[in-house]
Design a protein around this ligand. Structure first.
Ligand code: OSB
Ligand code: MG
Length: 390
């Protein structure tokens, strides 16, 4: 019988790079305005030895899309940085394992800090895929028990912030540009006072486009239920996270009154909370952000839950750099992601990214999985990483 080739891996080094990269245009949501994208870039050196006495060192990259201020969620850059450099580094330096699941168990001895944990899992997955000489897509499909990937291109959508001018016609121009580019789904950010006006203008011009809204928790269950039920008439694909993240029962109540599906984002921090939301029917669609849920293993579990409950799911975004974007694109190839993700092309966000690879829509509004290397498929420009260091 042929001897199975097994590898033992050891985490030799974890480097953490805080970056601050200017956005081409500002991005405003109900929780605030961003003019630059902050993130923590994680670089992991994996030392591997096999039972054939061969040793190798492989580098893996990950991203924690944390901002300076905890506005989207309670996580923020300096907190995530301390978690990674003071706690993760201490416990993972020299940690030996065979599979990503063992790393997942190890880092989940600690509570919270999902974005930081996600960066670790992404980096380890990238390194393991490189070591196995497969793409991250192949790695993810295999871990999901799905065999050979059946797609390497995905339809995508765009998320449009609230314009500084607060003029619906300015937003309409952005919508027109996005439609002309070929985006498959248009999402607009809303908040109390900025919802029906832009929706009326957009629906007036584009009665049939696939349109949705995202409240980022800016509405109050005590005051806005009736107002939100009026959004049914705009025939939206979904309404994303109108209420704060812990408002499961308020979302359930709203969903009972709405014919438009609700989708949760901020609320769905763990697979168990996804089960809670689906059992309550607090939503009918899942937004999966791998960073929000703490990485690869929880993302795959939530992808599975979407299948078990037969609810559509899609991959959300956090204005990631090319590193996190490559990860989101790879994840979005999985079969239960049936709705276009918030994964736009590089040029929509940055003049210069951390990776030279440009994510670009093809003529059908599809993004392809990058294939410059194994793993994530992108090359990280370490000079640029130094230049954007914060
Ligand atoms: O709620 O989906 C969100 C960006 C930052 C924080 C939260 C959200 C967003 C987006 C942009 O909607 C999605 C993207 O283009 O990355
Ligand atoms: Mg959202």
């Amino acid at each position: 019988m042929r001897k199975e080739l097994r590898s033992l891996h050891e985490i030799r080094k974890i480097d953490v790079f805080p970056v601050n990269i200017p956005l081409k245009g500002s991005f405003t949501t109900s929780f605030g305005k961003s003019v630059a994208k902050q993130a923590l870039i994680v670089k992991i050196s994996l030392f591997s030895s096999s039972n054939e006495d061969e040793t190798t060192t492989t580098i893996g990259w990950g991203e924690a899309p944390t901002d300076f201020e905890p506005r989207y969620s309670g996580e923020f850059l300096e907190g995530a940085r301390a978690f990674l450099t003071k706690i993760m580094a201490k416990h993972l330096q020299g940690f030996q394992f065979e599979t990503l699941d063992e790393v997942h168990e190890k880092i989940n001895e600690f509570r919270g800090n999902h974005m930081a944990k996600a960066a670790i899992e992404f980096a380890v997955a990238d390194a393991l895929a490189k070591k196995e000489q497969v793409s991250l897509v192949e790695f993810l499909w295999k871990r999901a028990g799905l065999g050979t990937p059946t797609r390497d291109r995905i339809p995508v959508g765009i998320s449009l912030g609230i314009p500084d001018s607060r003029n619906p016609d300015d937003l309409l121009d952005s919508v027109t540009n996005a439609i002309n580019k070929g985006y498959h789904k248009i999402k607009i950010k809303i908040e109390p006072g900025w919802d029906e006006d832009p929706l009326m203008v957009i629906r007036d011009h584009y009665p049939d486009i696939s349109l949705m809204v995202d409240g980022n928790g800016g509405y109050d269950p005590e005051r806005h239920q009736n107002h939100l039920t009026r959004l049914d008439k705009y025939e939206l694909l979904m309404i994303e996270q109108p209420y704060p993240e812990d408002a499961f029962l308020a979302h359930q109540r709203l969903q009972r009154e709405l014919s438009t599906p609700l989708c949760l984002d901020e609320s769905l921090k763990t697979p168990r909370l996804v089960t809670l939301a689906l059992e309550l029917e607090a939503c009918r669609i899942i937004n999966l952000k791998p960073a929000r849920v703490g990485g690869v293993i929880n993302s795959l579990r939530i992808h599975e839950l979407a299948g078990e409950y037969k609810v559509p799911a899609w991959v959300g975004g956090m204005l990631e750099t090319g590193i996190g974007r490559a990860f989101n694109v790879a994840l979005a190839t999985l079969p239960n992601f049936t709705i276009p993700g918030d994964i736009s092309e590089t040029s929509r966000y940055f003049d210069e990214d951390l990776v030279p690879y440009q994510f670009r829509l093809d003529e059908n509004g599809m993004l392809s999985v990058p294939k410059e290397e194994h793993g994530l498929g992108i090359h990280v420009d370490e000079d640029r990483l130094q230049r954007f260091l914060h």
